[in-house]
Design a protein around this ligand. Structure first.
Ligand code: SF4
Ligand code: SF4
Length: 496
């Protein structure tokens, strides 16, 4: 199947014996000039790229004070050493979070600290060279920006933020990642990451409506570009077609149908994902977000709801109002934005939705907390809502629920292995190795409790699991979205 070894799943996670350079061959494809230029970056490495990179680093540390603090604050305590799934799965010491940070810190010290200017060797300072740039390109794209290391760092140093800055610097000098930058360009051109034309989405939703009617006997609408709807639903574009994502989309439609809420998709903003965040680009993240505002205004909706997509929710929850607000034209009685899980949970609590849990009796499920909702956003009014709300929905729709080991869930969750711009085929070895800690925790509950399915609320997690579960001898079909459980169990009364 592949030109690398899938890591063994031992009984319990162990810190691997380090293998220097084990992943030095791993780097994503470089973006072609036309991909770079569509995003406003140079097509190829500019002549004086070293100076441009150093100046950009100076600009970013001035603009984002956290970056300056992260550069200065590390005391090499080692608490983060064994917290990264890519280190645990690959044993490459450059995948230890502090070592990854040091790729930038060493350059920062050289140009922006007195000690580094005068005594570079003494303080581990390095010139910005082609070798350093290649190291950055390799190892900053071996970080899924999951923030697990930041949870364990006594100073909260966030490697994800450092990696985003590094990617922004690399784009600025003309070395961008093909996968992420191409995806952002597709959103500008088509409105979504997959490059789906609006007509194709509308046709697909029409035929999905027919399928659902055949299955349920009810006319459950899946509207596209419907003016005057109450809710604009923004989902990851994978939800429109791919399995198991589309089964969750049917669940969203059933929720709105049963609650009598008029809703719509938009072909102008047919993407919840925002890869602008992966490349650390405020401008590109804003351009993607503004499409959602434009669609909301054009369709005259009163609420914006996001579907199951981890990083989309991180961008929406943390930045949407800053990037594309104010949203003073929306209904002030609802938060801007809302997550579909918040909508379902609220309707469930108010008795609007009822479930027949026995419809999911063929499954024993566990829940994978996706990194971005878990560590970079929240849900509902109470702290930890991002953990309790999905679990409450699972328990309401399913009789058999089992947690994975406590140090692998909630804010200590392990990344699926493909977030942050890693979900691309040329990084499959990294994806498989990085998935090892999650797979180990899954094996634990499969062996002990007979778990048959793993639920998540993120399109990237679902896509990654579909591909990598078989590497670990699990069935790819054990992977499903939360609203698929909802879809199976919801009791539909005829609301026509
Ligand atoms: S943010 Fe996640 S992927 Fe990146 S270094 Fe930290 S633990 Fe590893
Ligand atoms: S836990 Fe924080 S302070 Fe300690 S080595 Fe890691 S990044 Fe540095």
């Amino acid at each position: 199947m592949a030109n690398f070894e899938t890591p063994e799943l031992s009984q319990w996670p162990a810190v691997p014996k380090i293998k220097p350079g084990a992943m030095s061959h791993m780097a994503p494809h470089v973006a072609k000039p036309e991909i770079q230029e569509a995003l406003g970056y140079p097509g190829e490495l500019v002549d004086n790229w070293e100076r441009v990179a150093i100046d950009k680093l100076g600009e970013l540390k001035g603009k984002y004070r956290s970056l300056q603090v992260f550069m200065d604050a590390c005391v090499s305590c080692g608490a983060c050493t064994d917290k990264c799934h890519y280190f645990l799965g690959s044993a490459d010491p450059k995948n230890m979070p502090a070592a990854r940070q040091d790729l930038m810190r060493s350059v920062y010290r050289r140009y922006y600290t007195l000690a580094g200017k005068w005594f570079p060797k003494l303080v581990g300072a390095r010139d910005m060279t082609k070798e350093v740039l290649d190291d950055w390109y390799s190892y900053f794209f071996q970080c899924s920006q999951c923030r697990r290391c930041a949870v364990f760092c006594p100073f909260g140093i966030d490697t994800a933020d450092i990696g985003m800055a590094a990617r922004e610097i690399m784009d600025t000098v003309g070395r961008g990642q093909k996968y992420s930058n191409e995806v952002v360009g597709k959103v500008f051109q088509f409105g979504n990451n997959l490059g789906l034309p609006g007509r194709a989405i509308a046709d697909a939703m029409e035929s999905l409506e027919e399928d659902v009617e055949e299955e349920t006997g009810q006319k459950i609408r899946i509207p596209v570009d419907e003016k005057g709807a109450e809710v604009l639903l923004v989902v990851p574009s994978a939800d429109f077609f791919a399995e198991p994502h589309v089964d969750g989309l049917i669940g969203y439609a059933k929720v709105f149908h049963q609650a009598g809420i008029r809703w719509t998709f938009s072909t102008h903003a047919s993407e919840g994902g925002n890869f602008g965040m992966f490349i650390g680009s405020y401008e590109n993240m804003q351009r993607v977000s503004i499409r959602i505002r434009e669609a909301a205004l054009d369709l005259g909706v009163r609420r914006i709801v996001f579907g199951e997509c981890g990083h989309a929710w991180r961008v929406a929850y943390s930045f949407l109002n800053t990037l594309a607000g104010p949203f003073d034209f929306l209904d002030p009685d609802y938060p801007v934005p809302q997550h579909i899980c918040e909508v379902t949970y609220d309707l469930m609590k108010r008795g609007v939705l009822k479930f027949d849990k026995s419809k999911n009796d063929h499954m024993i499920v566990t829940f994978h907390d996706s990194c971005n909702p878990a560590r970079a956003a929240r849900m509902g009014d109470l702290p930890g809502g991002q953990f309790t709300i999905p679990r409450e929905i699972i328990k309401a729709t399913c009789n058999h629920f089992v947690e994975m080991p406590p140090d692998t869930i909630r804010d200590a969750t392990f990344c699926c292995g493909a977030g942050g711009g890693i979900l691309t085929d040329e990084l499959m070895e990294l994806r498989v190795k990085g998935a090892m800690p999650r797979m180990q925790a899954l094996k634990d509950v499969v062996d002990t409790d007979g778990v048959t399915h793993m639920v998540s609320i993120c399109a990237i997690c679902k896509s990654q699991f579909s591909k990598i579960l078989p590497y670990f001898k699990f069935n790819a079909r054990m992977n499903l979205g939360l609203h698929q459980l909802v879809s199976n169990a919801i009791i539909l009364e005829n609301c026509d």
